[in-house]
Design a protein around this ligand. Sequence first.
Ligand code: URA
Length: 216
Amino acid sequence: MPSQLRVYVPDHPLIKHWLAIARDVNTPGVLFKTAMSELGRWLTYEATRYWFPTLDTTLQTPLATCQGTLINPEVPIAIIPILRAGLSLLDGAQTLLPLASIYHLGLARNEETLDNHCYLNKLPEKFAANTQIIILEPMLATGGSIMKAMDEIARRGADISLIRIISVVAAPPALQQLNTHYASLNIYTAIIDEGLNEKGYIVPGLGDAGDRAFGT
Ligand code: URA
């Protein structure tokens, strides 16, 4: 069991390209949404590249029998978008993993107490021990919402070492909290930025991901 969080920043031209489009304040909403969807796709591709449950099989081509490898349909795959912003990554992730179950988790911050509360929780009561879990949370900033999400998911029996978080921009405060409490996690992010401003936004970041994705 690793004792330190693993954070992957894939060195991929398409990820860099779509990150630059998403960051640009002049990118219109429709293109911003495309950028987030593409980032969901390519980061999920990277997150499933080296370890994902497969099944070796023998199959028949029109000409001969040969060996093949499939994604193992017996192993449950769960995608958990953290609403709202996580929805912007869902199209891309779901295209690659069409058999995954999607469990929506809606979190909102109480602006007085600064606590995160769940306004929508479609998580199952219990995850099977071998469930592969992909959490979609584009902005890992203060760590408030991802820690709340992790607590809800861990409480339902998830194996933390089988969880991958897909984020677009990650910042040190969230990574430090995750490392303290869930060190066997794996994170795939397009970039790690320096820090946060006084309002908790990542700098340089990309602004409010939910507002930009949904035009609010
Ligand atoms: N959530 C966002 O959408 N943007 C940030 O910079 C931080 C949190």
